[in-house]
Design a protein around this ligand. Structure first.
Ligand SMILES: NC(=O)C1=CN([C@@H]2O[C@H](COP(=O)(O)OP(=O)(O)OC[C@H]3O[C@@H](n4cnc5c(N)ncnc54)[C@H](O)[C@@H]3O)[C@@H](O)[C@H]2O)C=CC1
Ligand SMILES: [Mg+2]
Length: 333
């Protein structure tokens, strides 16, 4: 069945993708879908759907978790089977599209009985946090942005000024309050995450919510009106009482836990430090290299204590630590 739908879809979208490079065509098509409900409705008919139940994605597990999507006619059949109105398809939100402009949507069936749905669909609705580190990169990205967008819609059903219901556009790229005309756009909170170095060592911190033994780079939410540089300087001062000499940007990442944040990763330098800190620990290159080799799931030692472990590769803190190791190695050459 999948092949038939793909063929129909290819004919419909081939014109849009033939005219431009794949990336440009894809982005322009996504923009059109967000702006035009009629085009978005057509895209839903030929598109694929990722199902959620109260923000838990529908996954299949063979050895590890993987995502699973349904074509529109399959979704219609599911809705019919469970006596739901076909119109529920319009509750879905646009989450991306393929290189040949096949649109992807996410639909939360939270109001339906979870176990009944699962037994009919041969998979399970699994908490994203539970599956996150087993999913491949594409699935992680797609499902975490889908979850963030579904959650945002769920939390913004009413206008905060008039108290009237807001209505989403078909793609779910905005919600409008028709009594005041206010348009709400999905938001995420910017967070800076900084790997601090004193030249020879890097500073890692623990949070109560981390697994035992886990240390990571220092993170903090941006305050209104701050630049990224100001946030880095303030957070370092607040959390470990040090003054930053210099800093530079590395990369960014969308992080879905516990709520949607944009993690902006930076390196920062402070003067060489003599004293130890209470809230954080300085780590030498050897210590960091050794901790990186350790599996966070088996950091418990025989005497019951936990050896130091570091965030897994999916967390941007991991990338900052890898970059620091590389910089240290090139400095010593
Ligand atoms: N992907 C990664 O590698 C890592 C991600 N993180 C994430 O970074 C985020 C921020 O780190 P924290 O040290 O907790 O930040 P933080 O140091 O700013 O402290 C959190 C506190 O900031 C306040 N706050 C200000 N604006 C907020 C907002 N928009 N949302 C929630 N709280 C706000 C609250 O009082 C909250 O208790 C966390 O959500 C955490 O999951 C943290 C470390 C590694
Ligand atoms: Mg913090």
């Amino acid at each position: 069945m999948a092949l038939v739908y793909q063929t129909i879809h290819r004919r419909a979208s081939s014109l849009c993708c033939r005219l431009h490079s794949t990336y440009v065509a894809k982005m322009r098509y996504m923009f059109e879908l967000k702006e035009n409900d009629d085009i978005c409705r057509q895209a839903q008919n030929s598109g694929t759907f990722y199902l959620f139940h109260n923000f838990s994605p529908f996954l299949q597990k063979i050895r590890v978790f993987s995502s699973f999507f349904f074509w529109c006619p399959e979704i219609k059949k599911i809705l019919e089977k469970f006596r739901q109105n076909e119109q529920r398809i319009e509750d879905s939100v646009l989450i991306g599209c393929s290189g040949d402009c096949l649109a992807y949507f996410a639909l939360d069936l939270g109001s339906m009985e979870r176990s009944v749905l699962e037994s009919g669909l041969e998979g399970s609705f699994t908490e994203l946090q539970q599956a996150f580190f087993q999913l491949d990169e594409k699935d992680t990205h797609l499902l975490s942005s889908a979850q963030a967008l579904l959650r945002w819609h769920d939390n913004h059903q009413y206008c905060s000024k008039t108290g009237q219901p807001t209505k989403k556009n078909l793609a779910g790229s905005k919600r409008v309050c028709h009594s005041s005309g206010i348009i709400y756009y999905p938001q995420m909170s910017p967070v800076v995450i900084t790997l601090l170095s004193d030249g020879n060592r890097c500073l890692l911190v623990r949070q109560a919510s981390f697994p035992r033994g886990m240390y990571s780079a220092l993170a903090g939410f941006c305050d209104v009106g701050e630049t990224l540089e100001e946030t880095v300087r303030r957070e370092v001062a607040e959390e470990v009482g040090l003054e930053v000499d210099s800093l530079w940007y590395s990369a960014s990442q969308h992080w879905p836990f516990p709520n949607s944040t944009l993690m902006i990763a930076c390196h920062a330098m402070v003067q060489p430090q003599e004293t130890e800190l209470e809230a954080a620990r300085w780590f030498s290159l050897d210590e960091v290299v050794e901790a990186l080799r350790r599996d966070p799931r088996s950091s418990k030692q025989e005497d019951g204590t936990f050896s130091v472990c570091l965030p897994p590769k999916q967390a941007i803190a991991h990338q900052l630590i890898q970059e620091w190791i590389k910089n240290q190695a090139s400095r010593s050459m």
